[in-house]
Design a protein around this ligand. Structure first.
Ligand code: GLN
Length: 250
């Protein structure tokens, strides 16, 4: 029997600045996959100057963007650093895409520009490379980052940043096709507690319903203090889209 009267609260961080390649599709997927299961969803848009209530949200989402928007958000995030650390320590779920991901690390060093300080929730750092990684990515999820099939994660990357993970922050997946974090160590993404960063645009979650459900499950467990079984959905369309991209480079 599935639990009733469930709710999830979501904060979409800086959607007017970091929302490139339709990253807000991740919010739409999380909200719909909850609504299809009669899980109430409360969604707040957090813009520059807004105060974040660290106790309110189960899921925080931040998308990607160009260097210019990243500078604006990096400055704003420094004001929210303590609150967001408190949320992460309380096992809130974060999903950060590309530019947003980079800013959850210690810093992002662009080409010919000042270093952008991150908020250091992820023990990682990013340095702009000389080559732009653009194309589809297929990666194999590391087992502790999913509870369902398939074992792959698919998405689209477009970044020059090279991200390197340090102690305590683990990759989400290993790259099969594409570049991932840095095109060298075959890692894709990063995880610390329930904080997930990834280079996968696409947007990510519509074509990876298993990963979307994993994040929803973690958010419910954070809110209600116990694992809650999710009603299964007909994901035939989503998985057809997923499978059409597995191992496809362009
Ligand atoms: N500007 C960053 C980079 O090029 C992030 C890009 C993005 O968010 N797609 O690495």
């Amino acid at each position: 029997m599935f639990a009733k009267n469930l709710k999830i609260t979501i904060a979409h961080l800086y959607p007017k600045l970091l929302n490139i390649y339709g990253d807000r599709g991740n919010i739409i997927t999380l909200a719909n996959r909850c609504k299809w299961r009669n899980i109430e969803v409360s969604l707040d848009y957090i813009n520059t100057g807004d105060t974040i209530d660290a106790n309110k949200y189960d899921i925080y989402f931040i998308g990607g963007g160009q260097d210019e928007q990243q500078i604006l958000v990096a400055n704003e995030l420094q004001n929210q650093k303590e609150i967001l650390h408190r949320a992460a320590d309380a096992n809130a779920v974060f999903l950060a895409i590309c530019g947003g991901y980079q800013l959850l690390g210690h810093y992002y060093q662009p080409h010919n520009a000042e270093r952008l300080n991150g908020i250091g929730i992820l023990n990682a750092y990013t340095i702009a490379g000389n080559k732009r990684f653009i194309g589809n990515v297929t990666a194999k999820l590391l087992q502790n980052n999913t509870c369902n099939k398939p074992e792959t994660l698919v998405g689209f990357e477009n970044h020059s940043g090279l991200t390197y993970l340090k102690e305590g922050t683990k990759p989400i997946a290993t790259v099969i096709t594409g570049n991932g974090n840095n095109g060298e160590d075959k890692t894709e993404g990063a995880r610390y507690k329930n904080v997930f960063g990834t280079y996968l645009h696409g947007s990510l979650l519509p074509k990876n319903p298993h990963f979307a459900d994993y994040l929803i499950s973690l958010a419910l467990e954070k809110r209600y203090g116990e694992k809650i079984e999710l009603q299964s959905l007909d994901d035939s369309l989503e998985l057809a889209a997923h499978n059409s991209l597995v191992n496809k480079k362009y």
